[in-house]
Design a protein around this ligand. Structure first.
Ligand code: SAH
Ligand code: SF4
Length: 383
């Protein structure tokens, strides 16, 4: 399978001379096709894939499994690696790091590194590793678009509107850049991915799934360690239901009923909670897999005990295995909500649990550097 032809980005170099072609993002047949003119044997293409996606080389000159002469010929023909570069890093007191990563047009993308989670993986078996490193597992939160068109009222990213889609190479490239910086290796290290950064993955479906295939393929991150979150884009969920290789699914429920949800997520007018549930029912779940309902608790809006009771009913009616991830709202400038009290969060969780609904409270990570859920909006010195 390939990652989509749009990746064969041609860029004029600074002198406007030789056209450059970016290799990162291409693999398998696409990589072979791009390099067709060099008469490479299959194993040479494989060596390049290993260099690009396992070693994460920044330059063709570093592909040392290739003869020097071949590296030089390919570079001279205008090819370059194009591994996305981290241009700025913000480090939180809790170890979380937020990065601005340069996209192909110089626009920056946001990516978050969370040593020890918390991408909401509690309760899905991903949280029981231990070894002697500073972190024994980590979660990378990946963006799928620059900005977002969905306009959820509580989310800072919504304020940007949609700027553009990211390509599959740019989505997977965020992961490569962060793994390289951290010296982390999937296979040896327990790396989880959450597609919960900027943007709505199901409104950039092909590039998002292209990235998943690249990540699960030559980057060797099992799809069972990936979770995608959607605000409830029904056609996207229905396509997702057909995929053989796919992440786990999380739905941003955020409200106990359509009335409350419409007030905070206008997308509800397009697809009601019932329609979203019906679409999710079409997704064939793997053994022990559960669908996650994310629920952002907004002080005074959706955090009352009667709301919890309604959520219990929704989850029961869903007829698929599910858990609820509660997220206390993270504040952002110009976003008119209040944080729920710690007691309200705990009482809400308890109310779900006592009625048999598995419920977890997600620890906010990196709030001080605007890295927490819903806080990604190119905040920082390069704004
Ligand atoms: N666009 C996708 C994925 C990115 S948002 C989606 O909405 O599902 C990831 C999660 O962060 C969503 O569940 C969203 O509801 C939540 N979120 C958004 N803004 C938030 C905020 N200010 N505080 C806490 N969670 C927030
Ligand atoms: Fe977009 Fe998700 Fe933010 Fe809604 S919560 S505006 S879907 S990024």
């Amino acid at each position: 399978m390939t990652t989509g032809g749009e990746l064969r980005t041609t860029i004029l170099d600074a002198r406007g001379a030789a056209p450059e072609q970016v290799l990162f993002g291409l693999w398998n047949e696409e990589l072979g096709e791009a390099l067709e003119g060099f008469g490479l044997l299959r194993y040479r293409v494989r060596q390049l894939e290993t260099a690009l996606y396992r070693q994460k080389v920044a330059d063709i000159a570093e592909v040392t499994t290739w003869p020097k002469e071949l590296r030089e010929r390919v570079a001279a023909a205008g090819f370059r690696v194009g591994l996305p570069e981290i241009v700025e890093t913000f480090r939180s007191v809790d170890g979380t790091e937020r990065y601005l990563i340069a996209g192909r047009d110089g626009q920056t993308v946001e990516t978050v590194w969370m040593p020890e989670g918390d991408g909401g993986e509690s309760g899905d078996g991903a949280d029981d590793a231990s070894d002697a490193k500073a972190w024994s597992r980590a979660t990378i939160c990946v963006s799928s678009q620059i900005g977002c068109a969905v306009n959820c009222q509580f989310c800072l990213t919504a304020k940007l509107g949609i700027i553009r889609n990211l390509s599959a190479g740019e989505i997977a490239g965020q992961v490569a850049a962060v793994l390289k910086r951290q010296g982390a290796e999937p296979g040896r290290d327990r790396i989880n991915l959450v597609f919960m950064g900027m943007g709505e993955p199901f409104l950039n479906y092909d590039a998002f799934m292209g990235a998943v295939r690249l990540l699960a393929g030559p980057m060797e991150i099992p799809e069972s360690r990936m979770t995608v979150s959607t605000s409830g884009i029904v056609p996207g969920i229905l396509r997702f239901a057909q995929e053989k290789v796919r992440p786990k699914l999380a739905i941003s429920l955020n409200a106990p009923n359509d009335v409350v949800r419409e007030g905070i997520m206008p997308i509800t007018r397009k697809w009601s909670i019932a329609e979203v549930m019906e679409a999710v029912r079409q997704v064939p779940l793997r053994q022990k897999e559960r669908v996650t309902f994310e629920y952002v608790l907004l002080g005074g809006v959706n955090d009352k005990l009667e709301h919890a009771d309604e959520v219990v009913k929704l989850v029961r009616r869903a007829q698929f295995p599910a858990k609820v991830n509660l997220i206390a709202w993270n504040p952002g400038p110009g976003v008119p909500f209040t944080m729920p009290s710690a007691e309200d969060v705990a009482r809400f969780q308890e109310r779900l649990r006592e009625q048999g609904v598995p419920a977890f409270v997600r620890r906010p990570r990196g709030r001080d550097i605007y890295a927490a859920c819903g806080q990604l909006k190119k905040t920082g010195s390069s704004q």
